[in-house]
Design a protein around this ligand. Structure first.
Ligand code: UDX
Length: 429
């Protein structure tokens, strides 16, 4: 099928590449000329495992193209996906101006029936607004169906999540676009749930908020574990064995970050408020997340006392492993708060150093994780990269002035660390 995707961010680019991989003809559109040029030259603007090869393979096969002209995408495809950013505004609500502009541009370029699919995360009722906008700015007599098709991919696993999704949600106003949507997704072999548009939009915010709630829940339990000498890993394992609960997203640590959870939570609280519901449960999820960072910092200052003129080595800058994304990264926040206390920092991340240079000042970026500890008073693990499990602990212990490790992601075994002579502090253990 001929598809176009407006917006080549994490969602748009990966979706476009995966659609092409299963045989669709895809045109990716972006108004960022530098980004499109980079893609045309064979470059990839983000780090995402497997994406570069996927893009290159499908460009070479002629199934994936890039352009800055929205009209080109719209005229050459029957289905137009919108995957533009929906950033937060200062009050937590969602800025829908990109969606609105793209809807107008699609309307202006449409000369025949199109299915317009919203993939961006949007507040409930946005689909209706998009349909209204296209009607208002479109040519008379040209019909269109608006569909809500939220995306559930995780950064760092985007290709995997897209190629093997748990479910495909298709929100529609009428049955007319359903068969085409099912045909687009047929190669992915996933259950397709057809709902009304508002339900589809709510499914996205409700799912992300629930996952954030799960993380805050386990972080709250970690506080009880620390107070009672219980072990959060064992508690999470025991809870997770109940299939109604499940083990995933029960990893205690520094809390959640990234470009989705914090933003989607604020947006969902705001959406509820506008509807007249005070979503206090989700406000508590936010509060626990903020407090988790404060508690971890307290652990560091309780041990090191004054941070002024101390040097701390920080492992991890990305908001989670397998990505170079540092947006709303708990690791970056931790660095900035340590700096505020007067600490000097030596930092390392396997992929996010370049992006971190844009947000962290006056820190030493260290290329090799095994040399971060040199001249440091303590080490901190801030991101759950598997790579850090291979850290040369003996070398790090000898390089530190004191063998102290604050593990914000519970990567190491407390007993083993103590046996090796470390002062080891983790979360909920
Ligand atoms: C999330 C959703 O998972 C995805 O379905 C949605 O489409 C976009 O938002 P993403 O932001 O890429 O994806 O990352 P995710 O893997 O969900 O992790 C989010 C944050 O939670 C990270 O900071 C991570 O470190 C933290 N996290 C995750 C935990 O602290 N504990 C966990 O058990 C899981």
């Amino acid at each position: 099928m001929k598809l176009s995707i407006i917006g080549t961010g994490y969602v748009g680019l990966t979706t476009g590449a995966c659609f092409a991989e299963v045989g669709h003809e895809v045109i990716c559109v972006d108004n960022d000329t530098a980004k499109v040029q980079m893609l045309l030259d064979g470059g990839i603007p983000i780090y995402e495992p497997g994406l570069e090869e996927l893009v290159q393979r499908n460009v070479a096969a002629g199934r994936l193209r890039f352009t800055t002209h929205i009209a080109e995408g719209v005229s050459q495809s029957g289905v137009v996906f919108i995957a533009v950013p929906t950033p937060p505004q200062p009050d937590g609500s969602v800025d829908l101006s990109f969606i609105e502009r793209v809807a107008r541009e699609i309307a202006g370029a449409m000369t025949s029936y199109k299915i317009v699919v919203d993939k961006s995360t949007v507040p409930v009722n946005t689909g209706d607004k998009v349909a209204e906008t296209i009607r208002r700015y479109g040519k008379t007599g040209v019909e269109c169906d608006v569909v809500s098709n939220p995306e559930f991919l995780r950064e760092g696993f985007a290709v995997e999540d897209l190629m093997r999704p748990d479910r495909i949600v298709v929100g529609v106003r009428s049955p007319r676009p359903v068969a085409t949507m099912k045909e687009i997704y047929a190669p992915f072999d996933a259950p397709v749930l057809v709902t009304d548009i508002n339900s589809a939009e709510l499914i996205k915010h409700a799912s992300n908020s629930f996952l954030a709630l799960k993380i805050s829940y386990i972080n709250a339990i970690s506080v009880l574990c620390e107070a009672t000498g219980a072990n959060i890993q064992e508690v999470a394992n025991g809870m997770g064995m109940d299939v109604r609960i499940g083990r995933r997203f029960l990893q205690a640590g520094l809390g959640f970050g990234g470009s989705c959870f914090p933003k989607d939570l604020s947006a969902f609280i705001k959406i509820a408020e506008q509807i007249g519901y005070d979503f206090r449960l989700l406000k508590e999820v936010q509060r626990i997340n903020t407090e988790q960072m404060q508690r971890f910092l307290r652990k560091i200052t309780d041990t090191l006392w004054v941070l002024k003129d101390k040097t701390i080595g920080v492992l991890g800058l990305a908001f989670k492993q397998n990505t170079d994304d540092v947006r709303m990264s708990p690791a970056i926040e931790l660095c900035q708060r340590l700096q505020k206390e007067g600490a000097r920092l030596r930092v390392h991340d396997p992929k996010a150093m370049d992006k971190a240079r844009g947000v962290l000042q006056d820190v030493t970026f260290v290329d090799d994780m095994n040399t971060v500890a040199e001249g440091c008073d303590a080490l901190v693990v801030a991101t759950e990269w598997d790579d850090f499990k291979q850290l040369d602990l003996e070398r790090a212990r000898k390089a530190l002035t004191h063998p102290i490790l604050f593990d914000g992601r519970n990567l190491f075994d407390p007993e083993e660390m103590e046996q090796r002579g470390w002062i080891y502090k983790s979360v909920g253990r």
